[in-house]
Write a protein that binds this ligand. Sequence first.
Ligand SMILES: Nc1nc2c(c(=O)[nH]1)N[C@H]1C(S)=C(S)[C@@H](COP(=O)(O)O)O[C@H]1N2
Ligand SMILES: [Mo]
Length: 437
Amino acid sequence: MSVLDRWVNRAADHPPPGPFRAGFWRSPLRGPWFTAILSVALLPGITLMFLTGLASYAAYNPNLAPGNDTTPDKGLLGSWLPGWPAGPFWLYWVNQGVHVTLGLVLIPVVLAKLWSVLPKLFEWPPARSVTQLVERASLLLLVGGAVFELVTGVMNIQYYYAWPFGFYQAHYYGAWVFIAAFVVHVAFRLRTMVGALRGRSLRAELRTPVSQTTAEEPDPDHLVSADPAPATISRRGALGMVAAGSLTLVGLSVGQTIGGVTRSTALLAPRGQTIGLGSQELKPDFQVNKTAAEAGIDPVGASWRLELNGAANTSLSRPQLLAMPQHTARLPIACVEGWSTGLQTWTGVRLADLATKVGAAPDSSLFVESLQRGGGFGSATLSADQVTAADALLALQVNGADLTIDHGFPARVVVPALPGVHNTKWVTRMTFLPARG
Ligand SMILES: Nc1nc2c(c(=O)[nH]1)N[C@H]1C(S)=C(S)[C@@H](COP(=O)(O)O)O[C@H]1N2
Ligand SMILES: [Mo]
C-alpha cells in the first residue's frame, strides 16, 4: 500500500462533521435513476442551447469589420464560422426565441440536477486517486460554467449589467469552457446514465405515490442515501415540481418572443412593454427596445442627409430617399435577448438600390453608422448577401406612417433574419466596402 493510499484510507475514516458524513444526506429520492432522468432533459436541451448560441454569434457577422466583433482574440473559437443568410425572415427570431426561452426552461432542471448530486460535493476524502481528482476538477468547470452561463444570460435579458466584463465576450467564452467540460462529463457518465435509466421505468415512477416511495438500490457512486428518511414527496411529485417551474418560466416570458396579444403575458420580461412616443399616423404603435431619449438622440430636423459612400460618394435628403423606388416588407425586429416586435410592415429604399446609386460592387459589405455618439449599438457591418437581399431595407416608414423618432426616424436598417442589434436606427452614414481579396 502506497503512502498516498494509506493517507486516503486514514482520511476516509475521519470525515469532518456535518455534510461530509454519509448519514447527513437522507432524502430517499436521491439516486442514479433520479439524476439520470433529469439528464435526459438536459442532454438535448444543452446541445440545443449551444447550437442556437453559436448560430446567434454567427448571426452577428463577427468576421466582418469594422465594428462587428468585440472578441478579437477568438481565433479558432469563432473565425471559422460561416456567414449568416438573409432569410427566411424568421430565422433569427426563432433561433433566439428558442435560445432564451429554453435557457429559462432549463433553470429548474439544472437546479434539480445539482440538488440530486449535492452530496458528491462533500465527498470525503476529496479524491481517492489522481484520475478522480481530475474528474472532480472538470466538474468544477461543468457546474461553474452552467451557473455562469445561466446567470449572465438571465441578467442580460433583465438589463442588469452588474459585471465588469462585456456580456457578449463572457457568455461566448463561457459557453466554450462549459461545453468542453460537458462533453467530458457525458463521455464519463453516459453508460452510468443509460444503466440507471434501464433500472427503473418512468411510467411506474409516475404512478408511485409518496406512501410507496422508497430509496433506490445502493449504488457505487453513493448517490443513494446510506440512511434514507421516509419520503415526504414522491419522485412523481418532485419531477412535477421541476416541470411546473419550467412551464411557469416559459408562460411568463414567451410572450415577448411571439408578440401580438401574447405580449402582455410576458410578466418576467422587462423588454417590449415600452411603446414609443408614437404619432397621429402610426396607430396602433408597437413596442421599442430603446427610445431615442434612452439612446441620447436629439430630434432630427429637415437638414438631415444620409451620407452614402461607395465607388462614388453622395448624400441624400429624406425627400430624395422617398423619391427613390420604395419597397415594402413584413419583418420582425428580433433581439438577441429573445424579445421581438412581431411582424411589422416596413417601407423604404432597398439597400441594393443604394449600393447601385454609389456604384458599389455586388460583393460589397456595408458599414452602417448612426447619429448615436459614444458607446451602445451605434454601428454595424452587414454582409454582401444581406445587402443584396430583396427585403433588405433602409426603412423610412412603418405600418404606412413615417417612422417616429423612437422607431429610428429619419431612417433605420431592417434586414430579414438579421439580429435586432444590427438593424441600426437613426442612420447617418452608409459605407459600401469592397470585398477584400
Ligand atoms: N442607433 C441604434 N440602433 C439600434 C440600437 C441602438 O441602441 N442604437 N439598438 C439595437 C438593438 S439591440 C435592437 S434589438 C433593435 C431594437 O429596435 P427598436 O428599439 O426599434 O425596438 O435596434 C437596434 N438598433
Ligand atoms: Mo437587441
